[in-house]
Design a protein around this ligand. Structure first.
Ligand SMILES: [Zn+2]
Length: 310
C-alpha cells in the first residue's frame, strides 16, 4: 500500500490506541513507574496474557506479519536492520557499555534511547555510546503521561529532553522513542514541532502492550511518514516481552527473532530490534546470545542508523 493510498486521518486513528482503565489509573500516580519493581510490572503483563502463552510465542508473530496491510519498503539497502536500545536505569546505562563493545567488534552502530530526567546521565558514558552511533530521547521521564498530556505540553517536554541530551553528547538528537511504546496522533505532531526527525514507538505486534493491556500492533513493517516524522516501527517484539512476559530465554528469543527477521525481509519490511541493557542480553551469558544475534542479522541485512526519506 502506498503512502497516499491511506488518508492521514485514518492512519492517525490507527496509530492512536485507547489506554486501558488500569493504565489510566496507574499513570495518574506520580513516580508510579519507579515505585513498582520491574518484576511486578512484568507479572501484571503476564497475568493479562494468562492461558494464551503457547499460542502467542511464535505463531502470532508470523501470522500478524503475514496479515499486515501497511507495507512500503524504503532505504538504500535491500534489507535494513536497525539496532536500538532503551536504557531504563542508571545500572542499565553502565551495562550499555558491554553491548557497545560487542557492537564495535562487529562494526555495527546502534541508537541508544535515554530518558533525560529519570536518573543522572553520566556525560562520559553517553559520549562513549554516541561514538559512531546515535543517542535519542526516551522522554523526559519514564512515565505514562505521554498518552494524556496536551500537544503543547508534549512539545515542551520533548524540546526539554532533546536539548538536555544534546548538551551532554554535543550532537543533534534526531530520534525519539516513547517509554512503554506509547503513541498517538498528538505525540507525532508534537515530535515534529519539537524538531525530531525519527520516531520508533510503534510496535508491529506485542503479546501484551502495556498501554492497552492486551495483544496489540499496528501491522506496519516498514517506515512511514507520520505528521512530518519518519515512524520506524519496532518490527521484532522487544526483549522485555520475549524474556519477561512470554518467559523465554535469550537462546529461544534469538531463534524466534531470526526466523521472524527473515520473514520480514522476504515481505519487504525492515528489522528493528529493541534490547534493554538493563535486562538479560547485557548479562554474561546473554552477551553470547547477543553476538549470535548480530551475526545472524548481519547475514540477512545491513545495519544502518539513518534512513532515506527523512
Ligand atoms: Zn523504556
Amino acid at each position: 500500500m502506498h503512502r497516499g493510498a491511506q488518508p492521514m486521518e485514518g492512519l492517525l486513528a490507527r496509530l492512536s490506541p485507547r489506554p486501558s482503565m488500569f493504565f489510566r489509573v496507574a499513570s495518574c500516580v506520580p513516580g508510579s513507574y519507579r515505585l513498582v519493581p520491574e518484576r511486578l510490572r512484568a507479572m501484571c503483563l503476564r497475568y493479562l496474557l494468562r492461558g494464551k502463552l503457547a499460542r502467542t510465542r511464535e505463531l502470532n508473530f508470523l501470522r500478524c506479519i503475514e496479515e499486515t496491510s501497511l507495507r512500503e519498503p524504503v532505504g538504500p539497502y535491500k534489507a535494513t536492520c536497525i539496532m536500538t536500545h532503551d536504557i531504563e536505569t542508571r545500572r542499565g546505562l553502565v551495562r550499555a557499555l558491554r553491548l557497545k563493545l560487542v557492537e564495535e567488534k562487529y562494526d555495527i552502530s546502534s541508537i541508544w534511547f535515554v530518558p533525560s530526567r529519570e536518573f543522572r546521565l553520566d556525560r562520559r558514558i553517553l559520549g562513549r555510546l554516541a561514538e559512531g552511533a546515535e543517542v535519542g530521547s526516551h522522554g523526559l521521564r519514564h512515565d505514562g503521561r505521554i498518552m494524556f498530556l496536551s500537544e503543547d505540553r508534549l512539545v515542551e517536554r520533548f524540546r526539554e529532553s532533546r536539548s538536555h541530551i544534546e548538551s551532554l553528547v554535543e550532537k543533534p538528537v534526531r530520534w525519539f522513542r516513547a517509554p512503554l511504546l506509547q503513541h498517538h496522533a498528538r505525540m507525532f505532531r508534537a515530535l515534529a514541532r519539537a524538531g525530531y526527525e525519527y520516531d520508533s514507538s510503534v510496535p508491529t505486534w506485542e503479546p501484551v502492550h502495556p498501554v492497552v493491556g492486551r495483544a496489540y500492533g499496528v501491522n506496519l513493517i516498514s517506515p512511514m511518514r507520520v505528521c512530518g516524522v519518519l515512524e520506524v516501527p519496532l518490527t521484532l517484539p522487544q526483549d522485555h516481552q520475549m524474556l519477561h512476559v512470554l518467559g523465554l530465554g535469550p537462546k529461544e528469543t534469538v531463534k524466534i527473532w531470526l526466523k521472524v527477521a527473515n520473514k520480514l525481509i522476504r515481505m519487504g519490511g525492515i528489522i528493528t530490534v529493541l534490547i534493554h541493557p538493563d535486562y538479560e542480553f547485557a548479562g554474561q551469558r546473554g552477551l553470547e546470545w547477543y553476538r549470535i544475534l548480530i551475526k545472524g542479522l548481519a547475514d540477512i541485512g545491513e545495519f544502518v542508523i539513518t534512513l532515506r526519506g527523512a
